[in-house]
Design a protein around this ligand. Structure first.
Ligand code: ATP
Ligand code: MG
Length: 391
């Protein structure tokens, strides 16, 4: 079922400004949709239409199939958590009381509301014993924004509207808040409309992205599609000429991306190792220790005399401990390769078992796989990348 549906919604303010024009899109239950676009393109107006702080001048909005213009606004807002732009905490109330505001309004007992508020503060990473009694001006900007998020969650609403909730903090704190929010969202699975003017934030958080330009949605799609196949010139310039790089961060490493070099153990003889490499037509192998934990690699044939190497793998193996979890982003993969100056990275499953390796060429393939449309301009045969053998 679609949680939230905009049907040809427009909003013209009394002064004649058309803030949003014919919005027609839907948000699925449990989906996190980011609204991204430049200042003044109608993002906040869109949010206000959902909780009826503003009324559309055309079209209608359905929440769980119900036309919200027929729902009492006060009752409607109880189903919606709202983190407003600039947080908007009550300055004369403590952090705990700010967080408990809505549950108290809903008539939950004061004690129960404060207890729940404490849990939520904990959830957003603020120790209630430390921060609960403070006033908003005794918090950092990032801490205030967390309180805003906790407060919006307090009524346990199925729908969350978040208007630039992490707007006021530096990039490092912002990234931390984003990570925490993603973790939180895995837990609470709210339907979320999340406003930002930052494309990086939009692709990082969104299951889908609505790219706004001047009151209209220019593209509504997955992050990979928006980055890989911008629908209009406007979207292309908004996502930036480095969209290929940005796509790395939204494309996960998948099983099918991996190469399967031969695998040997430290205790194996070099003769065995050589046999395996020859069978696979390569000159290196991944080396595991007796517990099947990644040790490194071993090669033959690099230097004169190599081919005749005897003894065990342990005597010739070199350490190489760079690894990734399956599902990590290609960006993480790439940056790990750079950090270790490595030509391959082991990819492990949740139990630390080796699933295969990622090389620059398989990484490149994975990026192509992530969006076909973007590969149309370059024929596969035009790009020749050597499969890396050894490091
Ligand atoms: N109450 C109002 N009366 C008249 N015009 C308004 C009103 N509120 C907003 N606008 C105008 O509507 C347009 C959209 O405003 P809105 O606040 O939705 O933008 P926004 O995308 O949230 O921008 P920002 O990123 O700066 O927050 C702007 O041109 C704004 O000036
Ligand atoms: Mg706004």
């Amino acid at each position: 079922m679609n949680m939230l549906r905009f049907e040809h919604v427009s909003k013209r303010y009394p002064n004649g400004t058309v803030a949003v024009d014919d919005l027609d899109f839907e948000v699925r239950e449990g989906e996190l949709v980011t609204l991204v676009g430049p200042s003044g393109c109608g993002k906040t107006t869109t949010m206000k239409l959902v909780n009826r702080l503003e009324e559309p001048t055309a079209g209608r909005i359905l929440l769980d199939g119900e036309d919200i213009s027929r729902v009492d606004p006060v009752k409607l807002r109880r189903r919606i958590g709202y983190v407003i732009q600039q947080v908007g905490l009550f300055p004369h109330r403590t952090v705990l009381d700010n967080t408990a505001t809505v549950p108290v309004l809903l008539g939950r007992g004061r004690k129960a509301a404060r207890q729940r508020a404490g849990e939520l503060l904990e959830l957003v990473g603020l120790d209630p014993a430390v921060y609960g009694g403070r006033y908003p001006d005794q918090l950092s900007g990032g801490q205030r924004q967390r309180v805003g998020v906790a407060r919006a969650l307090a009524a346990d609403p199925p729908l969350l509207l978040m208007d630039e909730p992490f707007g006021a903090v530096d990039p490092v704190v912002r990234e931390r808040l984003q990570n925490e929010f993603l973790r939180l969202q895995q837990e609470v699975r709210k339907t979320v409309l999340f406003v930002t003017h930052d494309i990086e934030e939009a692709v990082r958080l969104g299951d889908r992205i609505a790219v706004f330009g001047e009151g209209r949605i220019e593209q509504y799609d997955s992050p990979a599609a928006v980055l890989g196949a911008p629908a209009t010139d406007y979207v292309a310039s908004f996502v930036g000429s480095d969209r290929g790089l940005k796509r790395l961060s939204v494309t996960p490493v998948e099983r099918g991306d991996l190469e399967q070099p031969p695998v040997v153990h430290l205790a194996d003889s070099m003769a065995t190792a050589r046999e395996r490499m020859r069978a696979d037509g390569v000159r290196w192998a991944v080396v595991l220790d007796e517990d099947d934990v990644l040790h490194g690699w071993v090669s033959v044939g690099d230097t004169p005399g190599d081919a005749a190497r005897g003894g065990t793998v342990a005597e010739h193996a070199r350490r190489m401990e760079a690894w990734l979890r399956l599902g990590s982003s290609l960006k993480t993969a790439f940056s790990t390769m750079l950090q270790y100056d490595a030509g391959w990275i082991a990819v492990l499953d949740e139990e630390d078992r080796l699933l295969g390796v990622l090389t620059p060429s398989t990484l490149h393939e994975a990026l192509r796989r992530s969006i076909d449309a973007d590969t149309r301009s370059v024929e596969r045969s035009d790009v020749e990348l050597e499969t890396v053998s050894g490091v």
